[in-house]
Ligand binder design. Structure first.
Ligand code: BGP
Length: 473
């Protein structure tokens, strides 16, 4: 890691922004793309589907030009597995390969470093029909898909991410649409799936290092800061339980190649232990990440038990959103945090928790970090002259970046920051009206309008911030 002034962003810091294929591309069935689990999922009434989204598939040149204008050093996007392999692991689709080649060419031509997520929630439907991640066959299919990406794009892409938010797929797959309704015995199934994803991730990391010695690859979980509701020891224990289940299980396996002991005991007591074959743990241990990417939006607070949980309202809120702790009454109960404000969707806004999280991850794993998501979902309004005054988003990002600077002063090795999202796109389960982008996409839930792109106020703010390497307020 380069030497730098304490608390300053290092030279070459990767200021970026993020998207994912299924949330931004549209063209869900064009040029030979196969369906994914998301294309088959059902979401709430009145909310758009994922067929068109922001139509980035057809407008990527215009979009990348806007990102270059904003001054991005890196752009994080994902490759839709079922564009390359419509059936998950059958024939390679040349039109899918060509699309990402053009996209990467354009990103590089604009002087932006591509940061590629291999898999962001959109498992090919053909694999899902065959059991998805419950079937070990999916491990080999993922390895093959990853190798194809390394072979096709490895000359231009140096930074790779394996699986986006594996922990959210395990804990909140019903909310984000990756867990098909009616999945039998979901808890046991999910921890078996988790084990298979760990194998798949490790194999992809090994394959990347073998083929692309200059490349760097890492996992991209969603890591949250977990507080105890009080200084009561039982509450502190509950926070420790939830941190293990939500955060450390995934990174302990990815980095150290071993199961977190607290989670192992939790699974054992419930009869949810995965089946582990003879070489599995050696395979997992062989995969060595070069860095840890993490997504951070909010902190969560838990107690050992709490009277307010008896109230159904909190209970359903805790279960229905991915940034709420949720409840397992035997080990932790999600609860409110009176010290923090919430966004329009109930997520706790916690910049200091961001600093704590970066410090915790670095202390546990001593690997360089990059933030691959952070941001504010909000109902933006389009004002006269196609202006969007998203000062609330600027405030959120400014406060979070200030805490990152303090984390760097604390000695955390941090090499990039990619807020969610580069341009407006469709939220996992709350539609296009929950916007995150620096660029406004002119459409609403049901009316596609003209899909024109407008620079928000935050676009100009981020442009200045990048130009000053994070020193402008
Ligand atoms: C993360 C996902 C993204 C994204 C973001 C915001 O969980 O990696 O895909 O959408 O959170 O969440 P949401 O869209 O639910 O507001």
């Amino acid at each position: 890691m380069q030497h730098h002034n304490p608390g300053a962003f290092p030279d070459g810091f990767l200021w970026g922004a993020s998207t994912s294929a299924y949330q931004v591309e549209g063209a869900w069935n064009e040029d030979g793309k196969g369906p994914s689990v998301i294309d088959k999922a059902t979401f709430h009434d009145g909310i758009t589907d994922f067929t068109v989204t922001s139509d980035h598939y057809h407008r990527f040149k215009e979009d990348i030009a806007l990102l270059a204008e904003m001054g991005l050093k890196t752009y994080r996007f994902s490759i839709a597995w079922s564009r390359l392999y419509p059936d998950g692991d059958g024939e390679l689709n040349p039109a899918g390969v060509a699309f990402y080649q053009q996209l990467i060419n354009e990103i590089c031509r604009q002087g932006i470093e591509p940061l590629v997520t291999l898999y962001h929630f959109d498992l090919p439907w053909a694999l899902q029909q065959d059991g998805g991640w419950s079937n070990r066959r999916t491990v080999a299919a993922f390895e093959r898909f990853a190798i194809t990406c390394f072979e096709q794009y490895g000359q231009q892409v140096k930074y790779w991410l394996t699986i986006n938010e594996q922990n959210m797929m395990i804990l909140k797959g019903d909310v984000i649409g990756t867990l098909p309704p009616g999945t039998p015995d979901p808890q046991r199934t999910l921890y078996q799936q988790n084990h298979h994803m760990m194998l798949a991730q490790a194999k992809a990391m090994v394959a990347c290092h073998q083929r692309l010695p200059q490349a760097k690859i890492g996992p991209a979980p969603n890591i949250s800061c977990i507080y105890a509701a009080s200084a009561r020891p039982e509450d502190v224990l509950a926070a420790d339980n939830f941190s293990a289940l939500r955060n450390w299980l995934y990174l302990d396996l990815a980095v150290h190649g071993r199961y977190n002991n607290v989670v192992w005991a939790f699974l054992q007591q419930r009869g949810w232990l995965p089946t582990i074959e003879a070489d599995d743990m050696a395979t997992i241990a062989a995969g060595k990440p070069d860095f840890i990417a993490f997504n951070y939006y909010a902190s969560a607070t838990v107690s050992a038990d709490m009277p307010e949980v008896a109230r159904g309202e909190l209970n359903s809120k805790q279960q229905a959103d991915q940034q709420m702790a949720g409840i397992d009454k035997t080990v932790y109960v999600g609860c409110n945090n009176p010290h923090l404000k919430q966004n329009q969707f109930g997520w706790y806004i916690d910049p200091v928790g961001f600093r704590i999280t970066a410090r915790e991850i670095y202390a546990r794993y001593a690997l360089p970090l990059i933030v691959t998501e952070n941001g504010l979902g909000a109902f933006d309004t389009l004002e006269a002259g196609n202006k969007i005054y998203d000062d609330y988003r600027i405030a959120y990002l400014r406060e979070h970046i200030a805490q990152l600077r303090l984390a760097i002063a604390d000695g955390v090795e941090l090499f990039g920051y990619c807020p969610w999202s580069a341009i407006d796109l469709v939220s996992t389960h709350q539609g296009i009206s929950k916007r995150y982008g620096f660029v406004y996409v002119n459409r609403d839930e049901q009316d596609l309008k003209d899909l024109a792109r407008y620079r928000k106020k935050s676009f100009f703010w981020y442009q200045q911030l990048i130009a000053s390497n994070g020193t402008t307020p």
